[in-house]
Design a protein around this ligand. Structure first.
Ligand code: AMP
Ligand code: GLY
Length: 424
């Protein structure tokens, strides 16, 4: 089979490595991929948002199956466009990807179908939003409606900060048209859990839970990033919580999307907060999380391509989706300065024996050398019998990988380890 994977980050590298385990896979193309992914797939310089060129490439190269991983092409309708040419895909249609593409849509969906989430109001008028803030308690959460590279959420600790956030989104348009509408919602408290789930619109199969570390600095300080590390499973996601989530969140969401005529097929990401009043949805994503995928897929024992195809063919209930009982930790090595400005073009040295544990996110290849090209450069994953060993081992690997200007958090997994000991 010839497979196309759209995207070019660490998540896509993890997906590609997992797809390669299937013996029927002869060739994988990554559009655009990156310098590190080129060790595992043929990278083609077509941007993930260039739907027309993607479709043309897929047709010309007789692609048998396409995996659309990032939010942008999904929200732009890449799956629909490929399907129109008869190319089966993993990923939701444009009409279902709106669950991530519009927070106003997802909040209204949850309200309509009684899915637990923070209380909220949606505004398209700045003055009305500001008037509403006058009646609210703080902190409060302000969200741009549309996609904003994971940066469209501001937690305002008081009225002034909240007004600034609304103005920056609605008048200054810091997130462009994504801020035409804003969601203002209740601030929730509790540990966060990421659950990725395969769904074909009928069956929902949650993957092993995970915990992201979104802030740039240790102790969850510093700016919000795309994610500085992950662990799986997430100790806060107990069996009891998992049951509640399935009954009150996962199945109701998939059924709600069906009722709206927007059947979701692909990987549905539930960003959850475990509050004192039970689990609540913080956000939905219409795709695999990054860097959650870099800990979740290494724990998948079943064949990824088989599961993906079952999602496409709506036969998910017939395949086994098995996860290992082990634990995984992924530490992101970034360029110092990320998520603001940072230097690029530094040579990355990865010892040969570690290449299978490394998922490259931001690197180019030049004259046979791997050079840094992004803020998040790579993720290093360790899978071990227990979380403590996985964390230790991930950091041992990190120390063997070098590039100038490397920065990484030193405390990935510590919160999860603390939760495990508190349990005892
Ligand atoms: P998002 O981009 O939607 O993932 O939001 C980024 C981060 O903001 C989340 O991971 C949470 O830590 C935080 N957040 C979002 N919504 C809320 C909320 N209603 N209450 C508390 N924290 C929130
Ligand atoms: N790690 C969060 C996300 O993928 O959106």
């Amino acid at each position: 089979m010839k497979i196309l994977v759209i995207g070019g980050g660490g998540r896509e590298h993890a997906v590609i490595k997992a797809l390669k385990n299937n013996k029927t896979v002869e060739k994988i193309y990554a559009l655009p991929g990156n310098g590190g992914i080129s060790a595992d797939a043929e990278c083609v310089a077509i941007g993930a948002k260039d739907i027309q060129k993607i479709v043309q490439f897929a047709v010309e190269n007789k692609i048998d199956y396409a995996v659309v991983t990032p939010d942008d092409p999904l929200v732009l309708g890449a799956v629909d466009a490929l399907n129109e040419k008869g190319i089966p895909c993993f990923g939701p249609s444009k009409s279902a990807a709106i669950i991530e593409g519009s927070k106003a849509f997802s909040k209204d969906l949850m309200k309509k179908y009684g899915i637990p989430t923070a209380t909220y109001e949606i505004f398209n008028d700045e003055q009305k939003a500001i008037d509403y803030l006058k009646t609210q308690k703080f902190p409060i959460v302000i969200k741009a409606d549309g996609l904003a590279l994971g940066k469209g959420v501001i937690i305002a600790k008081d009225y002034d900060e909240a007004v600034d956030a609304v103005k920056s989104m609605m008048s200054d348009k810091v997130f462009g048209a994504s801020g035409d509408n804003v969601v203002i919602e209740e601030f929730l408290v509790g540990p966060e859990v990421s659950v990725l789930a395969f769904t074909d619109g009928k069956t929902v199969v949650p993957m092993v839970s995970s915990m992201d570390h979104k802030r740039a600095k240790d102790n969850d300080e510093g700016l919000n990033t795309g994610g500085m590390g992950t662990v799986a499973p997430n100790p806060y996601y107990t069996e009891d919580i998992a049951k509640v989530c399935m009954e009150k969140i996962f199945l109701p969401t998939v059924n709600a999307m069906n009722s709206e005529g927007r059947t979701f097929k692909g990987c549905l990401y539930f960003g959850l907060m475990i509050t004192q009043n039970g689990p609540k949805v913080i956000e939905y994503n219409c795709r695999f999380g990054d860097p959650e995928t870099q800990v979740v897929l290494p724990l998948l024992e079943s064949d990824l391509l088989t599961v993906m195809q079952a999602v496409t063919n709506e036969t998910l209930s017939e395949v086994e989706v098995k996860f290992s009982q082990k634990s995984a930790c992924c530490v992101i090595m970034a360029s110092d300065g990320y998520p603001k400005s940072y230097g690029k073009g530094y040579q990355i040295d990865i010892p040969e024996h570690l290449t299978s544990s490394v998922f490259v996110a931001g690197a180019t290849k030049k004259d046979g050398k791997l050079l840094t090209s992004g803020g998040r450069v790579l993720g290093v994953t360790a899978v071990e019998d227990d979380l403590q060993t996985a964390v230790k081992r991930a950091y041992e690997k990190v120390e063997q990988i070098t590039f100038e200007n490397a920065y990484y958090r030193k405390d990935i997994g510590q919160r999860a380890l603390k939760a495990l000991t508190e349990d005892k």
